[in-house]
Design a binder for this molecule. Sequence first.
Ligand code: GRF
Length: 205
Amino acid sequence: MQNRRVAILLSGRGSNFVAIHDAIRRGDLRAEICCVVSNVAEARGLQVAKERGLVSLCLPSKGIERAEYDRRLVESLRPYDPALVCLAGFMRILTPGFLQVYGGRTLNIHPALLPSFPGLHAQRQALVHGVKVSGCTVHFVDEGVDTGPIIMQRAVAVHDGDTEETLSARILEQEHDLYWRSIALVLDRLNKGQGGLNEKRARAT
Ligand code: GRF
């Protein structure tokens, strides 16, 4: 029996979550979204999850100590038994306690070609540096900020006259295609008992 359940964590707009759900609906991605969790009650993504009839949980993070929050997060996810946890604009750094349970099966998407431009405002950083190519990265989450092993990347050309908005929009379009393909790859590997892709990097370093 394969486990192809995916939990989504988000804090805002949720367009990556919607793209993943759309890929499932089209039949491109063989997976099931078992729950959508937000640390922000007003997150648009949480509202959309409700409208789409998905399990949507609000777990506010304000004023809660980091390790304690992650303990609550692990407890909230437990009943849904996700094979993967996908961060989709989840504006928090996960603690070792969370990664003890979900390490090697927690994914994030970042709007730059990592290891360039980690952290906030990646598209702005790319423009400030004057790079001619940026893009997006899906990677495993570790304890750092956007530092975990890379799963897939997609390059996006930076045009003369690009603003943060125009570049972000072109990158986002690629994010929406890249994330579900990365999820498919990792779910297939996990279900074949091949583990995460972490081992590859361990060999290379
Ligand atoms: C995306 O640009 C993603 O790469 C970054 O946060 C943004 C989330 O957008 N991690 P959305 O909420 O999925 O629309």
